[in-house]
Write a protein that binds this ligand. Structure first.
Ligand code: PMP
Length: 420
């Protein structure tokens, strides 16, 4: 499969060869690196992509969930072009920030006030700074397998070796273990940082009991509960917090919310966010040249104000739920050790039977199947994450979901001996 992949992509190969001379590994985003070389995309329209060698794909990755609106949403493009016509970034307060902030405050139950960043990574770092400033405590509890950005990746306890923040760990979806860990840290603990669905860790939703246990234990010790909804905020009009009814103290956001322009935000309780209030003596600093960049602010107002309405969020969630149910029914019918985890419009293929409650150490066999799945989908004209994640965008219709289902059924038929 690898040879067939390479043979069809001479221009992608050449782009990679050149990139390797000037970038380590020829790459600037770890998730986009795979052997022998990544496919280079050169154009997108709606939910279609074209690679450097002229092949067309159905885009089921949706820029790792940031591409919610597709590649050519007219209203997003108009907003960005109109902003450009007025000039790029002024080094000054603008008129759109408060408008976008109000849209966000109006939607997420935990967010009384919000500040912007350039990425989800920064949003999480600033949320941790807020929690530490507010509590006067140092430590943060994170989940094994959690992902909150390049420097906040907890796939293993040694992965954040360069992170100057004292950490404690708990297992995902283990309410008793997490409660015990939080109470044991007691007044040392500034924050608990958790994704209400592990995204990068395999689209594994948190159980309601797990989230409720985190809420209860942090309430008892005074630690700030932070939900990283960078990915999951798309699941409903008020994010996964509104759907589960477990309301954190602080929420971090990112990805799609500025219409596909770079974006991050963190917000929460007014008394916590007040640590950044420049009107108060001793306020914590939070600067950033591009925090209020005019493209993100303008596109975000249209994206959140006009396009990704409550109704649109609910419809997208339902489309994803139907697709995953159909995929899992196909796996069950075929009797293979394959399962699709996730919620709503985000799903990841797993090569073991469900239900799956926490990330496992992947075996070499499983990684081989993931690569084969990825390559077979590419050969069928479907673009997903190398790890097998899909994030449906608004232009993806039921018919296109059907194409994914058909391709998965074909994969099962062709590779059945490997899927026992
Ligand atoms: N948190 C979660 C849950 C994410 O999925 C990601 C990105 N995949 C981030 C944080 C980091 O966001 P960014 O890539 O914009 O820094």
């Amino acid at each position: 499969a690898r040879e067939a992949y390479a043979a069809k992509r001479p221009r992608s190969a050449a782009i990679h060869a050149r990139a390797r001379e000037v970038m380590p590994g020829g790459n600037t985003r770890t998730v986009l690196f795979y052997t022998p070389f990544p496919t280079a995309m050169v154009r997108g329209e709606g939910c279609r992509l074209w690679d450097a060698d002229g092949q067309e794909y159905l885009d089921l990755l949706g820029e790792y969930s940031a591409g919610l609106f597709g590649h050519s949403e007219r209203r997003i493009l108009d907003a960005v072009k109109a902003a450009l016509d007025r000039g790029i970034n002024f080094g000054a307060a603008g008129e759109k920030e408060a408008e976008l902030a109000a849209l966000i405050v109006g939607r997420f139950p935990s967010i009384e006030q919000v500040r912007f960043t350039n990425s989800g990574t920064e949003a999480n770092l600033m949320a941790l700074a807020a929690a530490r400033g507010f509590t006067g405590r140092a430590k943060t509890l994170v989940m094994r397998g959690g992902y909150h950005g390049g420097v906040l990746s907890f796939a293993s306890e040694t992965s954040p070796a360069n992170l100057p923040i004292p950490l404690a760990f708990a297992d995902y979806n283990d309410p008793e273990g997490a409660t015990h860990a939080i109470l044991a840290e007691g007044e040392q603990l500034a924050a608990v940082l958790v994704e209400p669905m592990l995204g990068s860790g395999g689209c594994i939703p948190a159980s309601p009991e797990f989230l409720a246990a985190l809420r209860e234990a942090t309430r008892r010790t005074g630690a700030v509960l932070i939900f990283d909804e960078v990915m999951t905020s798309r699941h409903g009009p008020g994010g996964l917090q509104a759907m589960t009814g477990v309301i954190p103290d602080v929420t971090t956001l990112g990805k799609y919310m500025a219409g596909g322009m770079s974006f991050g935000a963190f917000g929460g309780r007014r008394d916590i966010m007040a640590v950044f209030d420049g009107h108060r003596p001793g306020a914590l600093p939070h600067a950033g040249t591009f925090n209020n960049n005019v493209l993100s602010m303008a596109a975000g107002c249209v994206a959140m104000g006009e396009i990704f309405t409550a109704q649109a969020a609910e419809a997208l969630y339902e489309r994803g739920e139907r697709l995953r149910a159909a995929l899992n029914a196909a796996c069950a019918r075929a009797g293979v050790a394959m399962h699709f985890t996730g919620r709503g419009s985000m799903l990841t293929v797993q090569f073991r039977p469900g239900p799956i409650l926490r990330p496992h150490a992947a075996t070499p066999g499983e990684d081989g199947l993931r690569e084969l799945f990825f390559l077979d989908m590419l050969a069928a004209g479907l673009y997903l994450a190398r790890r097998g994640m899909a994030a449906l965008s608004l232009p993806v219709t039921e018919a296109e979901c059907g194409r994914y289902l058909a391709a998965v059924e074909e994969f099962i038929a062709a590779r059945r001996p490997l899927l026992a």
